[in-house]
Design a protein around this ligand. Structure first.
Ligand SMILES: [Zn+2]
Length: 164
């Protein structure tokens, strides 16, 4: 199509995605063939408007994400990742560490539950001992080992340096 090869009609240096409609004066998308407010024909055809938009977009890498139906360039992406563990730490909020120990605690509770079924007394005691050991292992590992590792006591030991 001949019109597609005439991007010289587009002012590539103008960074604006919007234009004032010559008919109604309102702001409308620059590369859509009709004015969005009054329907005035800004471009001879939609194909030509699209070709003009592509030429305008490819003239500057910062326009790569622009849409020809928008009035403005999209804002730059915001880095909104938050390290919640770090944030909680700085605010003094206690978060339990990510841990697999709750699963072990549940396995212990499962054996303790089996011990509540009226089997023979020997089997029940054995199940209670197994369940209790697994349960305690999970609780100790979660609360006393991992949690302390993540939240050390308020009086940290000096790291190799001795202040006199
Ligand atoms: Zn208009």
């Amino acid at each position: 199509m001949a019109v597609a090869r005439k991007p010289r009609y587009v002012d590539l240096a103008n960074p604006s995605l919007s234009v004032e409609c010559p008919n109604c004066g309102l702001r409308t998308a620059r590369f859509v063939d009709h004015c969005r407010n009054c329907g005035y024909k800004l471009w001879p055809s939609s194909e030509m408007a699209s070709a003009a938009f592509k030429a305008w977009r490819d003239a500057d890498p910062s326009r790569a994400n622009a849409s020809r139906f928008d009035l403005d360039l999209p804002p730059p992406p915001i880095d909104d990742t938050v390290d919640y563990a770090e944030r909680a730490h700085s605010l003094g909020i206690h978060l339990f560490p990510n841990s697999n120990f709750p699963f072990i605690i549940c396995v212990g509770i499962f054996f303790l539950g089996l011990a509540a079924i009226p089997f023979s007394p020997t089997a029940r005691i054995a199940l209670a001992v197994i369940g209790g050991l697994i349960f305690l292992y999970g609780v100790v590992g979660w609360v006393l080992v991992e949690d302390v590792k993540m939240f050390p006591a308020d009086n940290p030991k000096t790291h190799g340096e001795v202040h006199r």
